[in-house]
Each structure stands twice: as structure tokens, then as C-alpha cells.
Design a protein around this ligand. Structure first.
Ligand code: NAD
Length: 297
């Protein structure tokens, strides 16, 4: 495999393009939004600069990595010649079904179609293609260049060969792949999202403030950050979409999203990417500018 297409140049797509390009693959990065593509290249450049400064890579590695990435606004153009397409567009089932149908039409006959979805059924995505045996989940973690895990999700029809190819490929990217089956939320989000939701319900019920909830979980459970800050980094809209998939797919009321989370997303408070969630952020960064935006008792 030499050439890979990444669809969606947002938070995850730019990271996925980065790691493939840094490992020597030619990457076609596709987004419907031109500005999103420009922003993605700038982000990758900044992240590479940080690695050069830390002497993890050389200036030449940076130039080669950026040289491996070509951007497209057309999926048909961007899919040409790739042996793997990794879809990392917005977490919305109708959108992803549309993209998978299109990917199937324009991709090389033998290309593997992967999704970075956090929770949407891989079997369902495969069902709208003529190649469900070659459809698989390749769930990278955020931030992609830093996090080691790739949750590899086998759809109902995914073959052993395709799974083995994606497991090997993930190792070539320097990641540690873990194989799981296709059930709502897979493993990562089936366990993580109920914890985040419970933290939001605790806040909503006044059990404690933002700072206190995050401090208990951070220091008490040795988590690198609290669940509310993590929710801000993931994106509150993404958290809500995943909880809805868990709630619908598993049919258990324990997965119902907290009304406070629904309200915040409706009000456009999406976390770090919108500048405000449970904390406030300098525009477009993950730097906290104020302590908790919710009352501290
Ligand atoms: P994002 O909102 O940052 O980026 C999504 C990008 O998709 C945007 O740039 C948008 O313009 C683009 N897009 C929308 N429709 C498109 C189309 N038809 N063709 C091409 N591009 C299109 O979202 P994100 O956080 O990067 O999430 C992407 C995927 O990764 C989702 O499935 C999400 O569940 C998953 N994911 C997210 C995280 C996280 O921490 N944010 C972690 C793991 C997995």
C-alpha cells in the first residue's frame, strides 16, 4: 500500500493525514470545505514544527511529510489511485452513508474503505456498498499523532484478510491496534461516554462544580484530565451524537444524554473548538483562559 485517501480534514482527519504522510504514504486529503483543508495543512505544519523543536524529527522529515499530502475538494478526484480510503467526516449517519456509497462508486475495485467513526455501525456503512467485506473501522484517538491506540472494528462481513491488513498497517504507523466487534460505541466509547455523561449529570444535579468533578476524577483515578475537560476536547456535539447512537442502538435508558449536554450543544457551546464548553478557551486552541464557567460552590 502506497497511497491513502483521507476524507474530512477536521480535528481527526488532519491528524490521520499527518501520521500516514509522516510514515511515507502519499496522502490525498479531501474535504468539502476549502478553508478546512487550508486550516488542516496549517495545523499539520504547526504540529510538525513542535516535533522538530523537540528534536523528534528533522526539518527534512517535516518537508517530506508535508510534500506527501495533496488536498482535494472533490471526492472522485481525491480517491483516484488509493488502496485505502479512511473516512473522517462529521459524525452523522446520513452523511456517512452518502459518503460510503460515493466512495464505493469512485474508489479502485480492490480498495479498502475504512471509517474513523466513534460509534456508527461499520456493518451499516458496509451495507450501502458493493464491498461490505472490505469495509472496516479504523478508530484513531485524539490527538492522532500522539495517541497510540487504533481501535480496529470488524463489521459483520469484514474478512480476516482485510482485518489483518489494517492491523499490520496500523503497526506500520507506529500505533497499537486492538481488534473489536461491531456493536454500538465499540469498546472505547461504550465505556468512556457513559462516564462523561454521568459527570455532566452530576454537574447538572449540583453534586459538585466543574473543577471539583474533574479534580476528583483526575487525582482520584489517575486520569490525565477530568471527564468534563475531555468532553470539551472531543467536542460536545460529538459526545452527544455518540450517546444518541448508544441510546438508540442498545435501547437502555442509562445511555440517555444529559439534558444539560443537549442544551449546551443547542446553544452552540461545543467545547474547545467553539471557544466555550465546560471551560473557556482561546479561540481555536485547547488553552484554558478561565477556570470553570460553571459555579464553584
Ligand atoms: P470535525 O467536525 O472536526 O471535522 C469534520 C470534517 O468533515 C469537517 O472539516 C467537514 O468540512 C468535513 N466534511 C463534512 N462533510 C463532508 C463530506 N461530504 N466530504 C468531505 N468532508 C466532509 O470532526 P472530527 O472531530 O474530526 O470527527 C471526524 C470523525 O472522527 C467523526 O466520525 C468522529 O466521531 C470521529 N472521531 C472524533 C474524535 C474526536 O476526539 N473529535 C475522536 C475519534 C473519532
Amino acid at each position: 500500500m502506497q497511497q491513502v485517501t483521507v476524507i474530512g480534514a477536521g480535528t481527526m482527519g488532519n491528524g490521520i493525514a499527518h501520521v500516514f504522510a509522516q510514515s511515507g504514504y502519499k496522502v490525498s486529503l479531501v474535504d468539502v470545505s476549502g478553508p478546512a483543508l487550508e486550516k488542516a495543512l496549517a495545523t499539520i505544519g504547526k504540529n510538525l514544527d513542535r516535533m522538530v523543536a523537540k528534536e523528534k524529527i528533522t526539518e527534512a522529515d517535516k518537508t517530506n511529510t508535508l510534500g506527501n499530502i495533496t488536498t482535494y475538494t472533490s471526492l472522485a478526484e481525491g480517491a483516484k489511485g488509493s488502496q485505502l480510503i479512511v473516512e473522517a467526516a462529521t459524525e452523522n449517519i446520513d452523511l456517512k452513508l452518502k459518503i460510503f456509497k460515493q466512495m464505493d462508486e469512485v474508489a479502485d475495485a480492490n480498495a479498502i474503505l475504512a471509517s474513523n467513526t466513534s460509534s456508527i455501525s461499520i456493518t451499516k456503512l458496509g451495507s450501502v456498498t458493493q464491498r461490505p467485506d472490505k469495509v472496516i473501522g479504523m478508530h484513531f484517538m485524539n490527538p492522532v499523532p500522539v495517541m497510540q491506540l487504533v481501535e480496529v472494528i470488524r463489521g459483520y462481513a469484514t474478512t480476516d484478510d482485510v482485518t489483518a491488513t489494517i492491523m499490520d498497517l496500523s503497526k506500520k504507523l507506529g500505533k497499537i491496534p486492538t481488534e473489536v466487534n461491531d456493536f454500538p460505541g465499540f469498546v472505547a466509547n461504550r465505556i468512556l461516554m457513559p462516564m462523561i455523561n454521568e459527570a455532566i449529570i452530576s454537574l447538572q444535579e449540583g453534586v459538585a462544580g466543574v473543577y471539583e468533578i474533574d479534580t476528583v476524577m483526575k487525582l482520584g483515578m489517575a486520569h490525565p484530565m477530568g471527564p468534563l475537560q475531555l468532553a470539551d476536547f472531543i467536542g460536545l456535539d460529538v459526545c452527544l451524537a455518540i450517546l444518541r447512537v448508544l441510546h438508540d442502538g442498545l435501547g437502555n435508558p442509562k445511555y440517555a444524554p444529559s439534558p444539560l449536554l443537549v442544551n449546551m450543544v443547542t446553544a452552540g457551546k461545543l467545547g474547545a473548538k467553539s471557544g466555550e464548553g465546560f471551560y473557556s478557551y482561546t479561540a481555536g486552541s485547547k488553552e484554558l483562559v478561565v477556570a470553570p464557567s460553571f459555579n464553584k460552590k
